[in-house]
Design a protein. Structure first.
Length: 194
């Protein structure tokens, strides 16, 4: 698209569509909804992201993989904390511990979380699923085909992150625990410990 008005119209369409969407939308779906090629949709989304960031507005465009959604800007998060606290119960320390393991090891199984924590984690993982902080993202290709868990857009939003690359680096002790290999010997990705 070369016409600036057309680019602006596409940005406005995506802003409205993502605002009313009840879930993150994939790039292919966004391109299809606007009847434009994927590259053009991606360009309009990049422009929308820059406009929202530069304008200092209360919303940001968040991307996870090839999915997009509108989220609250971190700058206004503190002012909205009272409202959000009423909406979501506090996460227990045990659930926060399990969530951190999943965030750094994802995708991982419940058994891998339990191996790092040293205790049964069925209840805390169910509570994280209920709060939509984690989701089932597949199954490991091993006997029993255990469920793999990963973090969600809700996780990124609650912790003020725009991508998993913004997770803080782990201390060397924590990195050692989290970087342990899974039962099938598969290495786990973690950010470099600073």
């Amino acid at each position: 698209m070369t016409d600036a008005a057309t680019v602006s119209d596409l940005e406005a369409f995506y802003e409205a569509l993502l605002f009313v969407a009840e879930r993150p939308l994939a790039l292919a779906e966004l391109a299809e909804q606007a009847s434009v090629p994927r590259a053009q949709a991606e360009g309009a989304l990049a422009a929308l992201e820059a406009d929202l960031q530069d304008a200092g507005r209360g919303l940001r465009l968040q991307r996870l993989g090839d999915e997009y959604q509108l989220v609250t800007a971190p700058e206004v998060g503190e002012r909205l904390a009272g409202y959000a606290a009423r909406e979501v119960a506090r996460v227990t320390p045990a659930a926060l511990e399990a969530l951190a393991i999943i965030a750094y090891r994802q995708p991982c199984t419940r058994a891998e979380v339990e191996r790092v924590r040293g205790v049964d984690s069925d209840y805390v993982i169910r509570s994280l699923l209920h709060r939509r902080l984690v989701a089932e993202v597949g199954r490991r290709d091993t006997p029993g085909r255990p469920i793999l868990y990963g973090t969600t857009f809700t996780f990124l939003e609650r912790f003020g992150l725009t991508s998993l690359d913004e997770l803080p680096a782990l201390s060397s002790n924590a990195a050692g625990l989290v970087a342990a290999t899974s039962q099938d010997g598969e290495a786990i990705r973690i950010p470099d410990a600073g």
